[in-house]
Design a protein around this ligand. Structure first.
Ligand SMILES: Nc1ncnc2c1ncn2[C@@H]1O[C@H](COP(=O)(O)OP(=O)(O)O)[C@@H](O)[C@H]1O
Ligand SMILES: [Mg+2]
Length: 249
């Protein structure tokens, strides 16, 4: 059946949109691979340098320090590779959620305890504000990972002696978890980008703290995979609040 001019035009437009979408996703993939390769190359260069120098110059007895430095770089790389694998599995839609009922209050108590442990060396006070006893239908391991990423950031980006507040509430079939800190905050121009893979406001600071700028990308994926969302509000110099919304069971 011959097509009319309009139909051919519509078909051509759909086809062009499809090509543009493919092009954009290909560019994103190329950027991801290039960022990931770059991040892996840096610790590999450090390792190679340390080992070669050690073998050339150090007596056998002094090689322990070098081995310790190598071991810590290797741990960093292993963490990065595990994270990259997780993200690439999410891209390929190979990550399934293991959904079970979760007591939100209990989850928050555990998270507060874990946050206290990482906050203690910086003398950061961690407060937990009681929730409303909601039951979530979620993947507990992944939700813990999400919350721990937020706590980890709150501790990393809050100066000594600060405060972190963990709060949860539920209303209208939705649970909301909030992680508030009294840290350095985030400038408005960076807010939209911090959920992007490898985006860090201050590369050197994040790197020194052991970060790669992938934590929030994972948080976003986990929240959205649950049919929820994640948001941030922040005032530079005062602090930030990350809110996660999740449907309740
Ligand atoms: N609580 C926070 N306070 C200030 N800045 C933050 C906070 N959480 C995240 N950020 C900013 O967002 C960036 C991305 O966070 P993330 O993906 O977890 O990466 P990473 O922790 O590895 O640096 C961080 O590098 C930092 O600049
Ligand atoms: Mg992080």
């Amino acid at each position: 059946m011959p097509k009319t001019g309009d139909e051919v035009q519509a078909l051509a437009e759909t086809f062009n949109e499809m090509i543009e979408r493919l092009q954009r996703s290909f560019e994103r993939m190329q950027q991801f691979i290039s960022d990931a390769s770059h991040e892996l190359r840096t610790p590999l260069t450090v390792l190679k340098g340390e080992i070669e120098l050690g073998l050339k110059t150090c007596p056998r007895s002094a090689r322990c320090d070098i081995l310790a430095a190598c071991s810590s770089e290797i741990s960093r790389m292993s963490r990065l590779v595990e994270t990259l694998l997780f993200l690439s599995n999410t891209d390929a839609e190979r990550v399934a959620l293991d959904l079970k009922p979760i007591h939100l209050d209990r989850l928050m108590e555990d998270m507060a305890e874990e946050t206290r442990i990482i906050a203690e060396p910086k003398r950061i006070r961690v407060e937990l504000i009681d929730g409303a006893g909601a039951i979530l239908h979620g993947d507990e391991m992944k939700l813990r990972r999400l919350l721990l990423n937020l706590s980890d950031n709150a501790v990393k980006y809050t100066p000594e002696g600060g405060r972190i507040i963990l709060r949860s509430q539920s209303e209208n079939g939705c649970a909301e978890i909030r992680v508030t800190d009294t840290g350095i905050g985030i400038e408005a121009q960076d807010l939209a980008r911090i959920f992007d893979r490898f985006y860090r406001v201050d590369q050197s600071r994040s790197r020194a703290e052991g970060g790669y700028g992938l934590g929030l990308a994972i948080c976003k994926w986990i929240a959205e995979a649950h049919g929820g969302s994640i948001h941030v509000e922040s005032s530079p110099g005062k602090g930030s609040t990350f809110s996660v919304r999740l449907p309740v069971a």
